[in-house]
Write a protein that binds this ligand. Structure first.
Ligand code: NAP
Length: 341
């Protein structure tokens, strides 16, 4: 039996090819993919700009939801169970071999696209809030609040009673109306001036996925005792040079702020890095997020469901910023991505 997979064959090159269904490892399974997420990570990988990405050619795809169709001789999973995983690459395929220990069970009544939106993006959003230590009554600035992570970050923060200021291009504002965030158009407004006008003492946390061009301003917007969490470098995508250059710049900024903090010169302000890790903590967070979605208290925003063979268009669409909400690849022929409903 064969299925479809997407391959990044070289810088900028996307191919779709037939692939044999893999065999499960002894403590592993093979999953038939119902939905795989499209994120900024794959946009970066296509450009060779994602930290420590696999060498070309490789199958991209950070996260997926699917049904177990084969199990290894020592697997603790059963055929027919529905699971989610975050393999970082390899998810953009009709059939994916995964390790037992990376799987989380997904309730049958959750839409596959909504479930996959929780894997990389939902777990990241939940853990960013935890990393910042913000709670009810605090205020935060979310850069890119209309992005995959940003939407969930704002939803989870608002549900926790946290005031959210968020930057987003004007064309997204209507779609983001119900988010509970105070929106700032970073293209036409002075973000720093807007934040200071709305929160004169500064905010308790800034979540910055933009990187070196933005971090110094983000730092200035912190209230005493506030936390800046740096978790990406999307604003440097078009800069020439190796992938690691912006991360060296981030590390330098972070080291400078940490040194000043240790010398007691930051009014208690701190700067922290965040990078999502697969593992027990992330699996527990995903399980909890799936529960929240099943209860109807959280609704991931899905912009588009595209078949696997339209992966290149999905990447272009994601980068264009035209759509608000997660773009999801759904290998199933009818395009619903959720054969169980
Ligand atoms: N550290 C980690 O573990 C981790 C995990 C997941 C994601 N990330 C990072 O998080 C970021 C977002 O990922 P994603 O998949 O959610 O991306 P996404 O859906 O592409 O969202 C990107 C958002 O960034 C906004 N943006 C771009 N340039 C901007 C600027 N100059 N000022 C303000 N906003 C700007 C866009 O807003 P508009 O279109 O509205 O302008 C868009 O909403 C990426 O940097 C990614 O690498 C990190």
């Amino acid at each position: 039996m064969a299925g479809t997979e997407v391959v990044l064959t070289g810088l900028g090159e996307v191919a779709v090819r037939r692939a044999e269904v893999p065999e499960p490892a002894p403590r592993g399974v093979v999953v038939r993919t119902e939905a795989a997420g499209v994120a900024f990570a794959e946009v970066q990988m296509r450009r060779g700009k994602y930290p420590a990405q696999p060498a070309f050619p490789f199958v991209p795809g950070y996260d997926l939801v699917g049904e177990v169709v084969a199990v290894g001789s020592q697997s603790s999973w059963r055929v027919g169970q529905r699971v989610a995983a975050m393999p970082r690459s390899g998810a953009w395929a009709e059939h994916v071999a995964l390790r037992d220990r990376d799987l989380v069970e997904v309730p049958a009544d959750i839409d596959a696209a909504e479930a996959v939106a929780l894997v990389l993006n939902g777990v990241t959003a939940r853990q960013l809030l935890r990393r910042a230590g913000v709670r009810r009554g605090h205020s935060v600035l979310v850069h890119g609040v209309g992005g995959g992570v940003g939407v969930l970050l704002a939803q989870l923060a608002a549900a926790d009673g946290i005031r959210v200021l968020g930057t987003a291009s004007a064309h997204r504002h209507e779609d983001l109306d119900g988010l509970g965030a105070e929106l700032i158009d970073h293209r036409t407004q002075d973000v720093a001036a807007e934040v200071i006008a709305r929160a004169p003492g500064g905010v308790d946390a800034v979540f910055d996925p933009l990187g070196p061009p933005s971090l110094p301003t983000s730092w200035r917007l912190l209230a005493p005792g506030g936390v800046l969490v740096s978790y990406g470098s999307s604003a440097t995508l078009d800069q020439p040079g190796p992938w690691w250059r912006p991360y060296v710049a981030i590390a330098r900024l972070m080291a400078g702020w940490e040194l000043r903090r240790l010398l007691g010169r930051t009014g208690g302000r701190r700067a922290r890095l965040y990078y999502v890790q697969a593992g027990e903590r992330s699996r527990a967070d995903l399980t909890e997020l799936l529960r929240v979605v099943a209860s109807g208290r959280l609704r991931p925003l899905i912009a588009e469901r595209l078949p696997l063979h339209e992966a290149e268009r999905a990447l272009d669409l994601h980068l264009s910023g035209e759509k608000t909400g997660r773009i999801v690849l759904v290998p199933s022929a009818d395009g619903t991505g959720n054969p169980k409903r």
